[in-house]
Design a protein around this ligand. Structure first.
Ligand code: ZN
Length: 239
């Protein structure tokens, strides 16, 4: 069996709110952290652009994390995006499809991400895969659920003969709780960085600034982000 380093983490990092918080969580916990992102032909490149900005902001604001943060890799999965074309990768309208799933669903996206993350982790010796997946406030994507991800990690460990560990620190948190986690990890400074620079909006809108960040304000991703921010702020005012 391939021996992997249990102190080295590879974070699947999209530049969105959840994976930015997951990255901060990993930097707080592990001595060595690398990041991996995927270009699968998302309908806009804004989120991918947010990746390097969030990384740079974290490096500048938190020098004790900067020394732990290793290289970033961007993996080209354009072929996967074309196979599983959805509103996320084409210019179709965002709506609910006949099967009840949002038509932004890219079938098996997180499962595919884990395969590629496993391949990179195997090569760089990282024993821990970290992701921002969440099944509490999730957008209806079945591959965000813990059972699916746990099964995939089990398959990877068998198929690569390597002992991977998977950490999804936000899995059972609401969006408000994940903001509280960010505050615990890096104070208001971290909350501000993630609110300002992480990107969530499906439509890629960066022109309009809301209290909860940038976005169109009415796609499902913006709605979820707005609700989580409001609940987090409400919680602060009550304490
Ligand atoms: Zn939006």
């Amino acid at each position: 069996m391939r021996t992997l380093d249990p102190n080295k983490a590879l974070v699947i990092f999209s530049g969105g709110q959840d994976s930015s918080i997951a990255l901060a969580w990993a930097l707080d916990r592990f001595p060595a952290v690398e990041t991996l992102g995927f270009d699968y032909g998302q309908r806009h490149a804004v989120e991918l652009g947010a990746r390097s900005i969030v990384r740079t902001e974290l490096l500048n604001a938190f020098p004790h994390w900067a020394v732990k943060l290793g290289p970033d890799t961007l993996c080209d999965l354009a072929g996967f995006g074309r196979l599983s074309e959805s509103a996320m990768t084409s210019l179709g309208e965002i709506a609910e499809a006949e099967d009840g799933l949002p038509n932004t669903f890219v079938p098996g996206r997180n499962l595919a991400f884990l395969v590629f993350a496993g391949a990179l982790a195997y090569r760089c010796g990282a024993g821990v895969l970290v992701g921002g997946m969440c099944e509490t406030d999730y957008s209806g994507y079945p591959d965000c659920r813990e059972a699916a991800l746990t099964a995939q990690i089990h398959a990877l460990s068998l198929g690569m003969d390597a002992d991977f560990r998977f950490e999804a620190p936000l899995m059972h948190m609401t969006k408000a709780q994940s903001w509280s986690l960010a505050e615990k990890l890096g104070g208001r400074r971290l909350v501000e960085i993630i609110n300002e620079h992480s990107h969530t909006c499906y439509r890629g809108v960066r022109a309009t600034r809301h209290p909860w960040g940038y976005g169109c304000g009415d796609c499902p991703a913006c709605a979820l982000r707005e609700k989580g921010w409001a609940e987090y702020r409400q919680g602060l005012s009550e304490t």
